[in-house]
Design a protein around this ligand. Structure first.
Ligand code: ADE
Length: 251
């Protein structure tokens, strides 16, 4: 059976996933708590990524080396960058890039030395399954969120976007910085702090990766306020609904 890692960015999301696992057992490694068990009959290891690229790279490496996971799905939140990527939308990554990696002039801006590219790919088949699950989550939103929550966040027609997700060791919380990123990387849909690190480690090991992010803020001057409110009420529900649907879909 394929052993799958479910990586959550936040405690609330992990707790919701653990509530779906009937038999989880805690194993400690690298100062982290890994939860081994089953989800809809599939062997899974659930863990928090911790924040930032280094923490994410360690988590990915331990999952692969120590727990022998054969694919990884990451669920979390991100700040929307491209026009039309709004709070409550979901982004499924097709590619990843580290927006704070710059070894120029030795290498082109953003390129990861030794790889000959700035962009790392998500696994197409695993990502297609995640797109199906995320689409089902958005279609079922009336069953997942209360009408009051949908009104509060204006979540009436949230959309699913697919494309470039960028990562860096910075919470982007000013309109000025968000504009700089949009101008430099016009096809970037959203920004977060871990995806590209997972993608690089998964590329090193040949382990399929799929990443879904719910948009919690617009990476602008209001980002810190929107982020906190969104986390408490919405993010974990989207995340667990998507994992529930993904693991039901798998054969
Ligand atoms: N995760 C969620 N929102 C974010 C932002 N604005 N910047 C970086 N990571 C995020």
């Amino acid at each position: 059976m394929t052993r799958t890692a479910i990586v959550s960015a936040m405690h609330e999301e992990l707790a919701a996933v653990l509530a779906l696992m009937p038999d989880e057992r805690r194993v400690q490694a690298a100062g982290r708590e890994f939860w081994q068990g089953h989800l809809h009959g599939h062997e899974v290891v659930a863990v928090l990524s911790r924040i930032g690229k280094v923490a994410a790279a360690t988590t990915a490496t331990v999952l692969i080396e120590r727990f022998g996971v054969q694919r990884i799905v990451f669920t979390g939140v991100a700040g929307g960058l491209a026009p039309g990527v709004n709070v409550g939308d979901m982004v499924v990554a097709e590619h990843f890039l580290q927006h704070d990696l710059d070894v120029s002039p030795l290498f082109p801006r953003y390129e990861a030395p030794g790889y000959g590219t700035a962009r790392f790919a998500a696994d197409p088949a695993w990502t297609a399954a995640l797109v199906q699950a995320a689409t089902a989550t958005l279609a079922d939103l009336p069953h997942i969120l209360t009408p009051a929550t949908r009104d509060e966040f204006a979540l009436h027609a949230p959309r699913l976007h697919r494309g470039l997700l960028i990562s860096g060791d910075r919470f982007v919380a000013t309109t000025a910085e968000s504009r700089v990123l949009q101008q430099a990387l016009p096809d970037a849909l959203a920004v977060e702090m871990e995806g590209a690190a997972f993608a690089q480690v998964c590329r090193d090991y040949g382990v399929p990766l799929a990443v879904v992010r719910t948009i919690s803020d617009r990476a602008d001057d209001a980002a810190h306020v929107d982020f906190a409110r969104f986390l408490q009420t919405v993010a974990a529900r989207y995340s667990v609904a998507t994992m529930d649907r993904l693991f039901r879909l798998l054969c």
